[in-house]
Ligand binder design. Structure first.
Ligand code: SF4
Length: 267
């Protein structure tokens, strides 16, 4: 994938396709719908995942492009998978079962990062399984997390926030939240006040089965981020309704200076 259409990242990288639904935020998972449309039976605990071989060449290309212009580019891992899912059986494009698992692909990526192969890429590893992060990252990362990795999770209401963020903050390193699709009012203040979260992305659901989003939820989260100095990115109401002027805030974590502040505001 050359350029991601997701506004908060430059690129998207998928090591495999396939996943299992975790909580109510997954109910209308677009990745599951796309896979089904293409005839792939790769969703669920008893289903294999499909290896994406092209990802390794894409990552090298992303690195070269970012290096050539002296920038750091964000890479979202991944839009069609969950990087911290337990190891699963893999199939190739023809449906043949492979000897290695998704866990082996994850280890290759982590080793490449540890070996400094992607100095101009910031990996945004988003998971709905943050309790697995410390289980699957290299031992060395627990003491010295890589500078170019952010670990993130996706709460959709207060219950999932309490649960998922509770696990995420046990991970050493940079942490972010993608609060999307937000389904109820929720506060992040307990974690923002302690500087445990370094970037917040928020948005409502899109698509034909979208559930309602209240813009006051965004105003609350935006205010909580402002008061704690946390970069805040408002993505969308539902991709149809225009974003109100006061919510046109699109800030990023500054990976170059490693400082927890905003570097870009779209008016
Ligand atoms: S965790 Fe993500 S990819 Fe997996 S089912 Fe849920 S929304 Fe889809």
């Amino acid at each position: 994938m050359k350029e991601s259409t997701i506004e908060w990242t430059h690129h998207t990288a998928n090591l495999w396709h396939g996943c299992t639904k975790v909580h109510e935020g997954c109910d209308n998972c677009y990745a599951a719908a796309i896979s089904k449309r293409y005839g792939n039976d790769i969703w669920g605990n008893d289903k294999p995942r499909k290896q994406i071989k092209s990802v390794w060449a894409e990552l090298i290309k992303f690195q070269k492009e970012a290096h050539a212009i002296g920038e750091t580019h964000r890479v979202f891992v991944g839009s069609m998978m969950d990087i911290f899912e337990k190891p699963m059986t893999l199939i190739d494009h023809n449906g043949n079962q492979l000897q290695h698992t998704t866990g082996d692909l994850r280890d290759i990526l982590f080793n490449n990062i540890s070996n400094g192969m992607y100095p101009n890429l910031m990996f945004l590893m988003l998971t709905k399984r943050p309790s697995n992060i410390n289980k699957y990252i290299p031992e060395a990362w627990k003491q010295t997390p890589p500078e170019n990795v952010m670990f993130g999770t996706s709460p959709v209401n207060q219950e999932t926030a309490n649960n998922l963020i509770g696990h995420l903050v046990k991970v050493n390193g940079k942490r972010f939240l993608s609060v999307e699709p937000q389904l109820e009012d929720l506060t992040l203040l307990p974690w923002l006040e302690t500087n445990s979260i370094h970037w917040v992305i928020q948005g409502g659901e899109s698509g034909p089965r979208k559930r309602p989003f209240n813009t006051d939820w965004a105003r609350l989260m935006m205010a909580e981020c402002a008061v704690t100095g946390t970069p805040y990115f408002f993505k969308q109401i539902d991709k149809v309704q225009p974003i109100p002027e006061d919510l046109m805030i699109r800030e990023f974590y500054d990976s170059d200076t490693n400082i927890n502040h905003a570097i870009h505001i779209a008016a």
